[in-house]
Structure formats: C-alpha cells, structure tokens
Write a protein that binds this ligand. Structure first.
Ligand SMILES: [Zn+2]
Length: 167
C-alpha cells in the first residue's frame, strides 16, 4: 500500500462522485462529494486510530462500506432535502463503494449483510458507475419536466431551490 494511493484516493472518490451526479448541478455534486468523503471516516473508526498505517492496515473494509449504508443515507437525505439531494448522497456513496471494490486491496462488503465481502473488479466498477450517471441524467430530466409543468411548480426542483435561497 503506497503512500501515493493513500493520499490520492480521496481525490479520486471526490472526482468520481462529482462526475456521476454532474447532470443534477452543483448542489447535488457537493452532496455527493461530501458523502463519498465522509464514509472513509469509518476506516479510522474501525481501526480505532487515525494514523494512516492503522487505517489502511485493515484486512477488510468496514461494514459501513455497504449498499445498505448508501440506501439508508440516501433515504434520510431524500426525506430531509428532497429527491435530488437524496439521490446525490446515494450515488456518491455507491460510486465510492464501487471504486473501493474495483481495486485489489482489502475486500469490500458492498452487499453486506446479504453476501460476504469481496471485490468486484474494475469492469463492474465502470459499468456500475455508468449506471449511476445514467440515473442522474434520468432524474435531471424528470425534475426539469416536473418543474416546467404548471401543476408541479414548486413541488420539488423549483421549490427546493427557492427554499435554499431563503434559508
Ligand atoms: Zn472507502
């Protein structure tokens, strides 16, 4: 485990998370990047140390590196801040899990508790990441369609940004 990998990973996670929700705009990108960075705090908790050597010396990634975490966090953010932010948190976390599961380092419990931790490989990472980007594209179209329809004005997209401006 080289020092280069340790220090470049947060940037890779942030860049990938921002890319997969780019169609949804800057607020969504900020949410996705934050989610993709915050989840690696669990490495430090699991190792009971923030020292780099301890945090990267785990023989498997912590159980919070699971789709269950991504779903729970996405649902919580959706309820608190709307579907665009909820999707952004979910997509940012899943992009992180896929990236972690795409290397040859410690096994990643993506499907825990339903399946044991294992790596998925770069090919599946690329496919899964592309699906997330397509999901963002579809959601951005749905939001644009909803906010241009008179009956739905203020329901989600326009209403959410208006609330943010006044907050
Ligand atoms: Zn990670």
């Amino acid at each position: 485990m080289s020092a280069l990998r340790v220090y470049s990973d947060p940037f890779q996670h942030a860049a990938i998370a921002a890319a997969v929700v780019a169609p949804l705009g800057r607020d969504a990108m900020g949410t996705a990047v934050a989610a993709a960075l915050v989840i690696d705090v669990d490495h430090a908790v699991a190792a009971r140390s923030v020292r780099i050597r301890a945090t990267t010396g785990l023989d498997r990634r912590p159980r919070t590196h699971s789709a269950v975490t991504a779903l729970a966090a996405g649902a919580a953010v959706w309820l608190a801040a709307g579907r665009v932010q909820g999707w952004a948190a979910f997509a940012g976390l899943v992009s992180h899990l896929l990236h972690d599961a795409g290397d040859r380092a410690a096994p990643t419990p993506v499907l825990w508790p339903f399946a044991p931790a294992r790596q998925l490989g770069r090919r599946r990472q690329v496919a899964g990441t592309a699906l997330l980007a397509l999901g963002s594209l579809a959601l951005s179209r749905a939001v644009a369609g909803a906010s241009s329809a008179p009956s739905a004005a203020g329901a989600d997209g326009a209403g959410a940004s208006a609330r943010r401006r006044t907050a």
